[in-house]
Design a protein around this ligand. Structure first.
Ligand SMILES: Cc1cc2nc3c(=O)[nH]c(=O)nc-3n(C[C@H](O)[C@H](O)[C@H](O)COP(=O)(O)O)c2cc1C
Length: 305
């Protein structure tokens, strides 16, 4: 008996950074991707790949990192994984020996330190990296200039042959920052990291979490979609992983139609992590097979309800 190939699966698999992903949906970096067990469960539940919580050579100490839910998403004051580099290398070795599509997110205080970290992490057998260099939750915030992005990117490019994404935030000067990442040797970018936001407590009259921290969630999506669309209109060809505000499979299609090559989902998974991911993946697959053969899927938000 002849077995027909499974076209529905073949159509949505993507080659991204040399990784053969079964679909374009990646779980973005965050608290949920800080444990081996969660990462395995997310892949088993249907994620095309998972980006780890950002690994840093000097893990943060103390317990003052928090998340604060608001009706339109989440504010968080987290920075980097509290696990040591050695612990991560061990975990990444396990993923590599099982050929799991895991991307290691990394950052350090200086470009030379990030280059060292990249070469150490590469020894685990991991197949791709994401430079989590645009986190706004550091003590004094960051000024994300093209010079800074170039310095980090080129240092890592010299240290490893692994493909890597550079994670950028939307906002002022995005195009010069993108040029800096490309000039430094990035294979792809992730757009966007969280953006600066605050909500003021009516009781204390002070910002919740004590200051301005990263916003994530649905309101980010149209902003990032617009930024990606504009970059494509201007002719930028670099692969882009869209990130911000995905809650449904239709949102994933919206990003792909705007010009993203893969799409990351994070905050939505803070509610019913596995069930939510499965819903997103299956509705994404549903729209993919429904529209098979048509060139573009028109994201019609009315159909989301
Ligand atoms: C609690 C929390 C922790 C996060 N930690 C990281 C991190 O360690 N590294 C990183 O690059 N992005 C981190 N992010 C950003 C997400 O990966 C993602 O880019 C962003 O939240 C936008 O996508 P979303 O709206 O789907 O969450 C974090 C986000 C949240 C909410």
């Amino acid at each position: 008996m002849t077995t027909l190939p499974d076209f529905s699966k073949a159509m949505i698999s993507v080659d991204f950074l040399g990784l053969q992903l079964r679909n374009a949906i990646l779980v973005g970096s965050g608290l949920l991707t800080d444990q081996e067990r969660n990462i395995r469960r997310l892949i088993q539940a249907g994620a095309g790949g998972v980006v780890t919580k950002t690994i840093h050579p000097s893990p943060p100490r103390g317990l003052d990192e928090r998340v604060f839910r608001i009706p339109t998403g989440m504010l968080n004051s987290t920075t980097y994984s509290k696990r040591s580099v050695e612990e991560w290398i061990e975990m990444l070795r396990h993923f590599a020996s099982d050929r799991l599509p895991v991307i290691a997110s990394i950052h350090a205080d200086k470009p030379a330190d990030l280059a060292d970290l990249a070469s150490q992490i590469a020894q685990s057998g991991v197949r791709a990296l994401e430079l989590g260099i645009s986190c706004i939750n550091e003590e004094d915030g960051i000024e994300d200039t093209p010079q800074r992005i170039f310095a980090y990117t080129v240092a890592v490019r010299k240290a490893t042959t692994l493909p890597f994404l550079v994670k950028l935030g939307i906002g002022e000067g995005l195009e010069p920052r993108l040029y800096a990442a490309i000039a430094g040797g990035a294979n792809a970018i992730t757009l966007s990291d969280t953006i600066p936001a605050a909500t003021i407590s009516p009781v204390s009259k002070q910002p919740e979490l004590g200051g301005v921290f990263g916003y994530s969630g649905p309101a980010l999506r149209p902003l990032v979609v617009a930024a990606i669309w504009r970059l494509r209109q201007k002719g930028h060809k670099i692969p882009i992983s869209g990130s911000g505000g995905v809650t449904t499979g239709l949102d994933v299609h919206e990003y792909l139609n705007a010009g993203a090559n893969t799409v990351q989902v994070y905050t939505a998974l803070h509610t019913r992590m596995i069930d939510t991911l499965q819903d997103i993946v299956s509705s994404y697959r549903g729209f993919s097979s429904f529209h098979a053969g048509s060139e573009q899927i028109v994201a019609d938000n009315k159909t989301e309800a």
